[in-house]
Ligand binder design. Structure first.
Ligand code: F6R
Ligand code: MG
Ligand code: MG
Length: 366
């Protein structure tokens, strides 16, 4: 039986700034999705949040990019905006709903999407990662570690099913095209691209025999809107075990809080801190960027779980290091590399500052 797992997320307003969602928003999402489960459109669902982003985790048999599923997500976010965010005057109500109305596919309309259609294996463990105050390129380092680095993933050396390696589909988000790169043989080409996470973003990962292993969200809001409209707090689905990385190998990739773009005003660099659900509300300088992970088993589409994957003291050292890095980055104030580089500032105030000063620049005569 083919099952589709759709994770669709949006920020449609939050409490106390861009900090966290309102319980009533989650309640309404659950109410709407359970109606659709009764009606038979969804097989199962789970609703949660990471910071100010509402995450709809849904299973069904309609395939990816299905208009009914996408419209359901769009209408859910709309209804939450109208009935809860506006009622309680939550901050930035409807923030990520960039389009006037739904037009067939939620991609490119603001919300983030990661979806995969799979033939359920005899047992189908999956991890779903959801981040706040960062962007899709944040998964590049993580996915490389999971699927290409034998120092992270012992199975690349030990498990005969993984030994041939994986294929990475990389998207150029500026030119809007993709390229498939095979690992380990093209690892250096892959790294040459994905080391620029603002432009080259890993879209999905396949085993060499074609088995889909992972899918990430890839939208960049600023490129949709042409101006700064917040970061695209990304989501990621990874299948685990039995010829794919073990859950522990997947999680091992998060033990180094690598520095990602996002944080305050989407304009700073900060460490990606893995946290349990109860800590999924970024406050210091609107951050630092953080990620939650939920583990499920799919059983004919039913979402069995979740397990709060980072609710484990073995990630305490990672969090401590993340706080040390956060401290170092904050001391830079408005200076790079605390602040993002000029390319990334293009969607904020930089063009208007340059415009204002353009007549005051004087030519240097040598
Ligand atoms: C980062 C983020 C926040 C806001 C900041 C300013 O992704 O959402 O850091 O950028 O709080 O928000 P406004 O301009 O809405 O006051
Ligand atoms: Mg927000
Ligand atoms: Mg957010």
């Amino acid at each position: 039986m083919k099952i589709t797992l759709s994770v669709i997320k949006a920020d449609v307003g939050s409490i106390a700034g861009h900090v966290t969602v309102h319980e009533k928003q989650l309640e309404l999402a659950r109410e709407i999705l359970s109606r659709e489960k009764e009606r038979g459109l969804l097989i199962d669902f789970y609703v949660t949040h990471c910071g100010d982003d509402i995450e709809l985790i849904m299973t069904h048999d309609k395939g990816v990019s299905n208009p009914e599923i996408h419209e359901l997500a769009w209408n859910t976010f709309k209804e939450i905006t109208e009935k809860v965010s506006k009622k309680y005057k939550l901050y930035a109500a409807g923030q990520d709903l960039l389009a006037e109305s739904f037009s067939g596919n939620i991609r490119g309309m603001g919300p983030g999407v990661a979806e995969m259609e799979v033939e359920e294996r005899e047992s189908e463990p999956v991890a779903i990662f959801m981040a706040d105050k960062t962007e899709p390129g944040a998964w590049n380092y993580i996915l490389y570690k999971i699927f290409a680095d034998p120092f992270n993933t012992a199975g690349l050396v030990i498990d005969p099913k993984m030994h041939q390696g994986f294929v990475f589909k990389v998207m150029d988000v500026i030119e809007h095209k993709t390229v498939d790169l095979r690992c380990p043989e093209e690892a250096y080409d892959l790294l040459a691209l994905i080391g620029t996470p603002s432009r080259y973003v890993i879209h999905s990962v396949y085993r060499k025999d074609g088995l889909l292993a992972s899918v990430a969200s890839t939208s960049r809001l600023s490129l949709i809107a042409g101006r700064y409209v917040g970061k695209d707090d990304p989501v990621l689905i990874v299948r685990a075990q039995h010829g794919l990385p073990a859950m522990g190998e997947i999680l091992e990739a998060f033990t180094f809080p690598h520095i990602v773009a996002g944080w305050m005003r989407g304009s700073h660099h900060g460490p990606l801190m893995p946290v349990p659900l109860r800590h999924a509300h970024p406050t210091r300088f609107d951050g630092p960027p953080r990620v939650i992970g939920l583990g499920f088993n799919l059983a004919n589409g039913e979402l069995v779980g979740p397990v709060d994957l980072f609710d484990d003291p073995s990630f305490d050292k990672t969090r401590e290091l993340a706080n040390d890095i956060a401290e170092i980055m904050r001391r830079h104030g408005p200076f790079m590399p605390g602040r993002l580089g000029p390319d990334e500032m293009e969607y904020t105030t930089l063009p208007s500052v340059l415009e204002k000063l353009k007549d005051r620049f004087e030519k240097v005569e040598d």
